[in-house]
Design a protein around this ligand. Structure first.
Ligand SMILES: [Mg+2]
Length: 321
């Protein structure tokens, strides 16, 4: 995310923060909006898009990859709210005139497969001509009995955890952008991490049901950025410290090849779509028991901002090209 983009988001949140409707329980600024539409019934809504030239390049994208990723990045936002059952979506695209005739049917077929896989219907959408190909989706789900998890609840003393990949998708994008054919073959897991993120629906729901997290978001712009968001919204200082256990062997091998520390990718890399959450230290044993794949990647204290420890390289928040 670029600085200007962060400023614009801040402006959006301020502009739309007014007492509009008491049914809007959570508005701009979190992973999802939450709307009460009946006693104890909350609708959880989010939207996201993929733009050619911003999120991917046409030369390395198939319609199937775009459809799958679009669905998954949207569902990932639902997962990051805790116990949410996905319900439905609307989807739209703008397509250039020179788009091959088989593109749209292939995109729709893959979209339908994804909808079936994740148990959502496709309720409608829009199609337009455009100068750049782009694809967008709005997805919604229903909350369960447990309270939803926002980005606001972390406290000094809490631990920062991540479940899911760290840095793999950014390494995969790098390989797709400028890697050799041999590298694409050697690191299929990294390329897959970029194109086929797994929305952690079960992990998110478990965290929500068992009240394991004080704050949570999905890791879309890199761990450094996720930590900075929690720091800002929960009014804490976040000390990020990523241990070896959080690094996939394939990322370690790729980093060695690139002569870069693997933390370069783990800290800065975006689009992993794991869950970053905070938990009181007293709950760590319960978290590890229920979610063995979750790793402590930092801790919170009084103060502000995010500090990256045990990494001497450059820290930047994730930017698309
Ligand atoms: Mg998100």
């Amino acid at each position: 995310m670029k600085k200007g983009e962060a400023r614009l988001l801040e402006h959006i949140e301020k502009t739309f923060r007014f007492p509009l409707d008491r049914r809007l329980l959570l508005g701009p600024g979190d992973d999802c909006a939450v709307l009460r539409h009946g006693p104890g019934r909350d609708l959880v809504i989010t939207t996201d898009e993929l733009v050619e030239g911003t999120h991917y390049l046409g030369r390395f994208a198939t319609p199937e990859q775009i459809a799958r990723k679009l669905t998954r990045i949207n569902l990932s936002d639902l997962a990051s709210m805790g116990e949410v059952a996905p319900v439905s979506c609307v989807v739209g695209s703008g397509l250039r005139k020179d788009t091959p005739a088989d593109f749209a049917p292939r995109f729709m077929k893959a979209l339908k497969e994804e909808a079936l896989r994740f148990g959502i219907s496709i309720a409608g959408g829009n199609l337009a001509g455009a100068r750049e190909n782009h694809f967008y989706m709005t997805v919604w789900g229903e909350s369960g009995k447990s309270p939803l998890v926002t980005r606001y609840g972390a406290k000094p003393g809490d631990l920062l955890l991540n479940v899911g990949p760290l840095g793999q998708a950014a390494a995969g994008l790098e390989i797709l952008m400028k890697g050799s054919a041999a590298q694409k073959k050697k690191f299929p897991g990294l390329v897959k991490a970029f194109w086929l993120p797994e929305p952690l629906m079960a992990a998110g729901a478990l965290i929500g049901r068992r009240a394991l997290a004080s704050a949570m978001l999905d890791n879309s712009d890199g761990l450094a950025r996720s930590a900075a968001i929690i720091a800002e919204l929960s009014r804490c200082r976040v000390l990020v410290s990523v241990g070896e256990g959080a690094c996939a062997p394939e990322l370690r091998a790729y980093s060695a090849l690139k002569k870069l520390p693997w933390r370069h990718y783990a800290v800065n890399g975006g689009e992993d779509y794991g869950l970053v959450f905070t938990t009181p230290a007293a709950k760590l044993a319960a978290v590890k028991k229920l979610l063995p794949a979750a790793f402590v990647v930092g801790r919170l204290e009084k103060g502000s901002g995010a500090v990256i420890e045990n990494f001497n390289g450059k820290v930047k928040s994730f930017e698309h090209f």
